[in-house]
Design a protein around this ligand. Structure first.
Ligand code: GUN
Length: 281
């Protein structure tokens, strides 16, 4: 039986520290960290994520505003809004919730956010800095994943890590961050052959493919650390990419869904917003 990594408890501890730091910033520097989230359209999952982000900001004393835009909004209007927020000294972090409607060029939007306010860490300047080992804003989900792995008794150095998924948001950056911590990395994806066989070589397996219950016990090396990034709503309940019940019996450590990576992602957003605000001291 594996040890379940309690992302919720770990996130709560970190949020407690963030709350204290936010409070100190207020008293010592009269500075209130500010996050502005832009939500375009009515995607139900995005609405829930944005509401959770707002709630988390409030909990730790970060000023949060949400700008809601119609699904049909012109790209120019979105870009103009971002430019206005770039110039606003009370806004330290800007986050545009993804996915965006198809008529909007996602890359143009990400590139419009000033890199110093890009708390998602998606701007090419920030992903380049990450690649160079000089990141200021590490993307939130990968940053949360690393913290969860660090909470186990295992060290990352020298381990073989397999990341399933190659997105700019999770797969690519988490692989780079594991490499920086001296893991030997493999990035697998939908075209990878013999996926289960490759996954079975992993001491650390990060699964971020968004296919509910895709990874079963045949993917798992005995004692591995298994991080399940997937979260899909199926018949009203949330499901990870990993078959928890059977994988738990074989893995050394495993994250649950919900209550694993999810709470950490938002916590890292709070941390990045605090980092962005502190640059104004
Ligand atoms: N949609 C799903 N995950 C994320 C994220 O980390 N940031 C943003 N902006 N949108 C997302």
């Amino acid at each position: 039986m594996s040890k379940v990594i309690d992302g919720k408890a770990i996130a709560n501890q970190i949020r407690h520290t963030i709350k204290e730091e936010v409070s100190a910033l207020k008293t010592q520097h009269s500075l209130v960290p500010g996050l502005c989230v832009i939500l375009v359209g009515d995607d139900p999952a995005s609405k829930i994520y944005v509401r959770n982000k707002e709630r988390a900001c409030k909990e730790v004393g970060i000023n949060s505003t949400v700008i809601r835009m119609d699904e049909q909004v012109a790209e120019k209007e979105l870009l103009d809004t971002i430019e206005r927020l770039n110039q606003d000294d009370n806004v330290h972090g800007i986050l545009v919730q993804l996915p965006l409607p198809r008529h909007i060029n996602k890359d143009a939007v990400i590139n419009a956010i000033h890199p110093a306010k890009d708390v998602d860490g998606f701007h090419p300047i920030n992903s380049g800095m990450l690649m160079a080992g000089q990141a200021e804003f590490e993307p939130c989900t990968p940053k949360g994943i690393i913290r969860l792995i660090e909470e186990t008794d295992e060290s990352i150095a020298g381990k073989r890590a397999v990341v399933i998924g190659r997105s700019n948001i999770v797969g690519k950056p988490v692989a780079i961050m594991l490499l920086q911590r001296h893991a030997t990395i493999t990035i697998a994806h939908s075209r990878t052959r013999n996926l289960a066989e490759i996954a079975r070589t992993a001491d650390i397996l990060v699964v971020a493919i968004g296919k509910p219950q895709f990874v079963d016990a045949s993917f798992i090396k005995e004692g591995a650390i298994v991080i399940d990034v997937g979260i899909t709503r199926v018949n009203g309940s949330l499901m990870g990419d990993v078959k928890f019940e059977e994988v738990e019996k074989k893995a050394g450590y495993i994250t649950p869904v919900p209550g694993g990576v999810g709470p950490m992602t938002i916590t890292m957003l709070l941390e990045n917003t605090l980092i962005a605000a502190k640059r104004n001291i």
